[in-house]
Design a protein around this ligand. Structure first.
Ligand code: XBP
Ligand code: MG
Length: 253
């Protein structure tokens, strides 16, 4: 039986660098729309990324950065409404200025499809945001390349909990040792490992480069692409200067 049977991709930070110029901007536009003077700078957002999930991140911000904020209504509904507005802004941003896929992502997706390696997504963001990113960066209908999309609130506990990866594996009827997970953060690495996935490849970004990836199988700056080599940070260097299926196969059991 070929290995890996499937590639499970994280979205934010892995498929595309969406946090700084996508999610963060959308949060700030929603806050301004609601008449709030909250502005998440790049630096503050780096701290807030310790909490996954947009609603959870807003609640964390209220508790730790705005303990003085008074709101007489239903706080849960207030946060949910803010997050819905943020998601609308994020989707509009994706269609306006399309944050590009990271180097090598489209190449690896297309190689996997040609080779019959199944594809899935395991992410903390919302399904709508996944759709907006894929529509703005891949050919029409590319969302159907992914057999299963595990996103947002389909599970009770977000990364670093393993729930979303377990949810995806169950729906693909695959064992954790049959797949490779591709991530960008320690939260994602911990979630994949927690679901029993032994092979996790990390591509770091500005927000995650300093994190501890000792548990990862391999760590790169990017997957590499035509004219831009994948630089290994941990693990063996790929023969062809890019992370491709042949390289992933060498990481197998
Ligand atoms: C990253 C996240 C998400 C986004 C914001 O998801 O933690 O919460 O930052 O998106 P992943 P939402 O790396 O797992 O793709 O506001 O939709 O949560
Ligand atoms: Mg991520």
């Amino acid at each position: 039986m070929t290995w890996p049977q499937a590639l499970i991709f994280d979205v934010d930070g892995t498929l595309a660098d969406t946090e700084r110029d996508g999610h963060r901007v959308a949060f700030n536009r929603a806050f301004a729309d609601a008449g709030l003077d909250w502005v998440w700078s790049v630096e503050v957002y780096a701290r807030l990324l310790a909490v996954t999930g947009g609603k959870e991140r807003i609640r964390h911000y209220l508790e730790h950065f705005r303990p003085d904020f008074e709101y007489s209504g239903d706080r849960v509904a207030f946060v949910a409404a803010l997050h819905r507005a943020k998601t609308e802004y994020y989707m509009a941003l994706m269609h306006e200025q399309a944050i590009p896929l990271r180097p090598g992502v489209k190449r690896l997706l297309e190689e996997a499809r040609r080779a019959g390696v199944r594809l899935a997504i395991a992410t903390t963001t919302t399904p709508e945001n996944v759709g907006a990113l894929l529509e703005s960066t891949l050919p029409a209908g590319a969302i159907d390349w992914f057999e299963v999309i595990g996103a947002g609130d389909v599970v009770p506990n977000k990364k670093p909990a393993p729930d979303i990866y377990t949810w995806v594996l169950e729906r693909m009827c695959l064992n954790s040792d049959q797949v490779v997970a591709l991530e960008d953060s320690t939260h994602g690495l911990d979630a994949a490992k927690g679901a029993g996935i032994g092979c996790v490849l990390v591509t770091v970004n500005d927000y995650t480069a300093g994190q501890d990836f000792d548990a990862a199988t391999a760590v790169f700056d990017t997957l590499g692409d035509e004219g831009s080599q994948a630089r290994p940070i941990v693990g063996p260097a790929p023969v062809g200067d890019v992370v491709d299926l042949a390289y992933l196969h060498t990481l197998g059991p």
